[in-house]
Design a protein around this ligand. Structure first.
Ligand code: CA
Ligand code: CA
Ligand code: CA
Ligand code: CA
Length: 423
């Protein structure tokens, strides 16, 4: 099992760093104009980009107004970007791949021209000098990023208007497995704090039962939230809880006759989707682990650049400050997927015995890379592949600075940090 995880992690590590930033993939962003979610694909043909959008549950973008056009150009750049318009069915009759009616057009002057009778696919054109991003029909052979548009995020995260927290539903599983999955994704099974939160959860996820964090597995009859928050509000179905020993896990019970979605305690073998809650947006957050060790002049310190998030298809920026300002010092970044065990050594692991006095390594280093340095600050960017299977994986980072003469080994370490890949 452990070997298998390590193998998978190494595969991810390999791809984590080689994805080229010029691919221009982005994470999901929500339009304030229509509430839909958008992202860019890698550069590819229109038909490949449309197929990718369909896999996400949507289509290449439908543009319904000048406001929508301007928002897309502002968000993704005034450059070549596929949108859903095409005349593949009937030459000269353009239609949206979404099937919506064509109510707005923004053709660049002299377009569409169906050059050589080959041009059936439409893109926003950065070269259109008559209007910003005016549209052009093009053949399918050119590689441009496509703008994907979906009504809801394929990774399932939705933000509650009641408390601003983020929620998504897992596949059906046991309460314990669902809570473990929630923790790996940086949260817990949902804590319900008010009737408004209860009503929103039922309206959003009430097509069937769903695990919440409430349980009395530690002390029979004493219900607690897995988040550790105190129990204030309750919404039991009439006659519940009735389970006694063994029935220690609580779900929203859509079969509750008088109040569908009211709570019921059931046993640990029952399977239902779990309702995961995160207080921060998925993928946000860099939790510092431990502290760095002092070199001759300074102690390296690692943190995420403010606002940067570790997101599928995105770029994550960190900075290591306190790098010795010395022509011989060389900063490195270490990436790993485990902060508990390093080939049988328990982490953190004190490296004083090799001459790195007072230095602890907090992560199992899977890969390392040299970092560009400017003065006492090293800059570190990693690129995450656009693969939703990576969502929820914890990635660990720690900085290493080769600093000849600072100690017997000639190197110091920064603090480490953990971030969870989000969608
Ligand atoms: Ca055409
Ligand atoms: Ca054209
Ligand atoms: Ca019980
Ligand atoms: Ca019960």
């Amino acid at each position: 099992m452990h070997k298998h995880l390590n193998f998978a992690a190494r595969g991810i590590a390999a791809t984590l760093l080689i994805a080229a930033p010029s691919f221009a993939q982005t994470s999901w962003v929500q339009s304030p104009l229509n509430g839909n979610w958008y992202r860019l694909t890698a550069a590819q043909s229109w038909t490949a980009a449309e197929a990718e959008a369909v896999r996400d549950g949507g289509h290449l973008a439908t543009v319904r107004s000048l406001d929508e056009h301007n928002w897309l150009v502002g968000q993704f750049g005034n450059r070549e970007l596929w949108i859903g318009l095409n005349d593949t069915a009937v030459e000269g009759t353009f239609a949206w791949s979404s099937g919506e009616g064509v109510v707005y057009r923004n053709w660049c002057t002299n377009e569409p021209n169906d050059l050589s009778g080959m041009e059936d696919y439409v893109h926003i054109a950065g070269w259109c000098i008559d209007q910003t991003g005016g549209w052009n029909d093009q053949d399918d052979g050119d590689s441009y990023p496509g703008i994907v548009e979906v009504a809801s995020r394929p990774d399932g995260w939705v933000q509650s208007p009641v408390n601003g927290h983020w929620y998504r539903r897992t596949a059906p599983t046991t309460w314990s497995d669902a809570e473990g999955q929630a923790q790996r994704e940086g949260g817990h099974l949902a804590t319900v704090r008010s009737q408004q939160e209860q009503d929103w959860l039922v309206s959003q996820f009430g097509s069937g039962p769903g695990w919440i964090g409430l349980n009395d597995r530690a002390t029979e009859g004493t219900f607690v939230w897995s988040s550790g928050e105190a129990v204030g509000f309750t919404a039991w179905c009439a006659g519940q809880p009735d389970g006694g020993l063994g029935n220690d896990f609580v779900l929203l019970d859509m079969a509750c006759a008088a109040t569908p979605g009211a709570w019921n305690d059931v046993d640990g073998a029952t399977t239902a989707p779990g309702l995961i809650e995160r207080t921060a947006a998925p993928g946000s957050g860099f939790s510092a682990i431990g502290t760095g060790c002092a070199g001759a002049l300074s102690t390296p310190s690692l943190d995420a650049v403010f606002g940067s998030q570790l997101l599928v298809g995105g770029r994550f920026d960190m900075e290591m400050t306190g790098v010795a300002i010395n022509p011989l010092s060389v900063p490195f970044g270490l990436i790993g997927f485990d902060d508990q065990d390093w080939d049988g050594r328990m982490l953190p692991f004190d490296l004083t015995f090799i001459g790195m006095t007072g230095c602890s390594i907090y992560i199992e280093p899977e890969i390392d890379q040299t970092l560009p340095r400017s003065g006492g600050t090293a800059e570190w960017s990693v690129f995450v592949p656009a693969d939703n299977n990576l969502i929820g994986i914890n990635v660990f980072f720690q900085g290493l600075v080769l600093e000849p003469g600072t100690n017997a080994f000639g190197a110091v370490l920064s603090n480490a940090g953990r971030a969870t890949i989000g969608g």
